[in-house]
Write a protein that binds this ligand. Structure first.
Ligand code: NAG
Ligand code: NAG
Length: 336
């Protein structure tokens, strides 16, 4: 039995090695130089040759897919081999980290009166001094903490006149009792429940580490509060979200970001993006209409650093529940 298993294993290993060789033979010189350029551009370093080989294979495969998408030319968005193009599936998974749940946290839904107000055709808070620079979550599934801080930062700044950025690390380290799981995911509303009870430190006092460490919240480093909040819609009504964005500011949302990794520019619109299941938390910071494609879009703030997408942002087709954007749209209504 044991021997058989061993033989089977050896056969499999040989097959894998064969495939590896095959892959390398199929690779053209162009791809080798693309890898060298990529490595230099993103300052990639590797522990050893084997590790580099693995990364290179991932890169070459991803880069082929990226080229294929861009050359097809039918799409309203472009991809690029960004800093994540040599990351493994598991690592790309860690870039997300929202806990999709059917046990929704109860909260009021914004009232119909507000929704009847007239709002501008386009809003873009990226121009506001109350929107912090795009942050980078690194290899920690903490997207939900960034989605939690941005709307509070913005509203507090609108109230006080000064932007004080808030601590995501505080939420990673301290909000487990509220259902969050540090670097393994969480939800904005769970974070806000924590903030309501405890408070939130400033980013300066409690800087980002990108890994779960001991809770070090200190009342003397208080940076903001959120006491009530609401859903913009519970019926996938993107018009309601639009009014809330215009009237209140940034709105935290959940999305399916499975195919966002290599997004570069344009209006993201994909039939493979789920309109029901989500795996990532981000923030809507504006909306508009693209004159070229005639598509309505959301301006969505990500936490994958300023090098990703359009300066850290993605334009997502609006009005078709693209990537389930209307599933869990929440915003603070008091506190700050
Ligand atoms: C947040 O605001 C609420 C309501 O004003 C207050 O009860 C709570 O103590 C505040 N939290 C902090 C940490 O200041
Ligand atoms: C998802 O898309 C399908 C197919 O277009 C549609 O029938 C369904 O209503 C959509 N669901 C949501 C929640 O948007």
């Amino acid at each position: 039995m044991k021997l058989q298993a061993l033989i089977l294993f050896a056969t499999l290993a040989a097959a894998v090695a064969q495939e590896f060789l095959q892959e390398e033979e199929n690779r053209d010189a162009n791809e080798d130089s693309e890898w060298e350029l990529y490595k230099a551009k993103h300052k990639k370093r590797f522990k050893n040759k084997d590790r580099e080989k693995m990364r290179k294979n991932t890169f070459v495969e991803n880069n082929r897919g990226i080229k294929k998408h861009n050359q097809a030319g039918k799409s309203t968005y472009k991809l690029q081999p960004n800093q994540f193009a040599d990351w493994s599936e598991a690592e790309l998974e860690q870039l997300k980290g929202e806990i999709d749940t059917d046990n929704e946290i109860p909260a009021p839904v914004v009232s119909g009166d507000i929704l009847r107000q007239a709002v501008p055709d386009a809003v873009d808070y990226r121009k506001s001094h109350c929107l912090a620079k795009v942050k980078y979550q690194g290899g920690c599934g903490s997207c939900y903490t960034f989605a939690s801080t941005t709307p509070i930062e913005y509203q507090r700044c609108m109230k006080t006149g000064t932007l004080v950025t808030l601590s995501e690390e505080n939420l990673i380290d301290c909000s487990q009792k509220y259902g969050n799981a540090g670097c393994n995911g969480g939800l904005a509303l769970r974070s806000w429940n924590y903030v309501k009870d405890v408070g939130l430190n400033t980013e300066e006092a409690y800087p980002y580490q990108g890994e779960e460490t001991m809770c070090e919240y200190s009342a003397s480093n208080y940076g903001g509060n959120v006491t009530t909040w609401a859903y913009a819609t519970r019926t996938n009504d993107e018009e309601a979200i639009k009014v809330v964005v215009a009237k209140y500011g940034p709105v935290a949302v959940s999305v399916d970001a499975s195919n966002w990794d290599f997004y570069s520019s344009g209006i993201f619109s994909s039939p493979t993006c789920s309109n029901t299941t989500t795996n990532h938390a981000v923030v809507i910071v504006g909306y508009g209409k693209d004159t070229k494609t005639r598509k309505d879009f959301w301006i969505v703030r990500n936490s994958w650093g300023p090098e990703w997408g359009e300066g850290g942002y993605i334009n997502l087709e609006r009005g078709v529940n693209m990537c389930a954007i209307s599933k869990r749209a929440v915003f603070p209504t008091s506190g700050f």
